[in-house]
Write a protein that binds this ligand. Structure first.
Ligand code: AMP
Ligand code: ZN
Ligand code: ZN
Length: 306
């Protein structure tokens, strides 16, 4: 049994990429410090900003909300009910219970009321459901954060998510996507600033934080995620990580340090406002309004409840 590097008590974890064994107390301390350092390093926000955490009910986003509250940031949450049967109902309940236990505000968006549930949208769309769902989540997060007056949106994307996306975008040299892959996306053109304070934390590190903090989170994966290419990329990268600890962190951090600045110089595609809903888009009508038109629901909308 390894001993904690800080206090020599029995360790609860060994982090091979940092060559670090820590006890419960010092792991939680290490985790919070790493999150705070990341926020400061990338100037994500400070204690005066109004920040909204996008919570899914999973270990990453609830650990993020818990960590930010523990660090003294005032954070409200937003849950998008995607209408994926039992999975979404359970996720909503878990988010509501967490918010209640912390006396924090949770806003909820009902996708089914505003347009249609993910399972019904899946029926009418040919492209992979995860990409459709991701686009819808980004749309509602941005729209409601702005309408509710938040300056920053924080998501729980972890190192495994970010390296799988980077790997996928690199395999097909998706330069436009690679340009936008950064822990902070600035505000402007109708976009609210978006930040990923957990991008240096692995899935396992977040799971351990959630477990040690006694956070109740949804363990089951979204039923539609099975077979998604990102799952396969995560598996491959984890195999490499196992043999060479630190690979994922290096892959991502060296991309943002050495490659991203070069890509950024090129500038992006011009952004305008959707002629139907006013959300930022590169076309005349945004993709969500086009989906809505196909559902023949027009542009009717509802307000989030809290
Ligand atoms: P995913 O796209 O499922 O990998 O989730 C990435 C991040 O998006 C999570 O860590 C959350 O911050 C956010 N997120 C995912 N699903 C939801 C949801 N249903 N409602 C609000 N935020 C979500
Ligand atoms: Zn210790
Ligand atoms: Zn629109």
């Amino acid at each position: 049994m390894r001993r904690c590097l800080k206090c020599s008590a029995k360790s609860v974890v060994y982090l091979p990429q940092h060559r670090l064994a820590l006890c419960k107390e010092h792991y939680l301390e290490w985790y919070l410090k790493r999150v705070e350092d990341t926020i400061k390093e990338f100037r994500m926000f400070d204690r005066t900003n109004r920040v909204l955490v996008a919570v899914s009910g999973g270990k990453d986003s609830l650990s993020l909300w818990d960590a930010l509250l523990s660090l003294g940031y005032k954070m409200d949450g937003l849950y998008i009910n995607l209408g994926i049967g039992h999975y979404s109902e359970l996720s909503r309940k878990v988010c509501e219970e967490f918010a209640k236990s912390k006396k924090a505000v949770l806003h909820t968006v009902e996708l089914e009321k505003d347009m249609a549930s993910i399972p019904s949208l899946k029926e009418m769309e040919k492209r992979p459901v995860c990409s459709l769902c991701g686009q819808i989540k980004r749309y509602y997060l941005n729209r409601y954060a702005r309408e509710l007056g938040y300056e920053v949106i924080a998501t729980g994307h972890n190192l495994d998510d970010e390296t799988a996306t980077l790997f996928s975008n690199t395999l097909s040299w998706q330069l436009e996507y690679l340009k936008r892959q950064y822990p902070v996306l600035s505000e402007g053109n109708g976009f609210v600033r978006k930040v990923k304070p957990l991008f240096k934390m692995s899935e396992k590190e977040n799971a351990l934080y959630a477990f040690l903090r006694g956070i109740n989170f949804v363990e089951e994966e979204c039923p539609f995620a099975e077979g998604a290419s990102s799952v396969e990329y995560k598996r491959l990268l984890s195999q490499i990580e196992e043999k060479s600890p630190g690979t994922k962190l290096r892959f991502y951090t060296e991309f943002i340090r050495r490659v991203h600045p070069i890509l950024k110089q090129e500038g992006g595609v011009p952004i305008g406002a959707c002629s139907v809903c006013g959300e930022p888009t590169t076309s005349d009508v945004c993709s969500v309004c086009r989906l809505k038109a196909r559902l023949s629901l027009g542009s009717s909308s509802s307000s989030p409840s809290s």
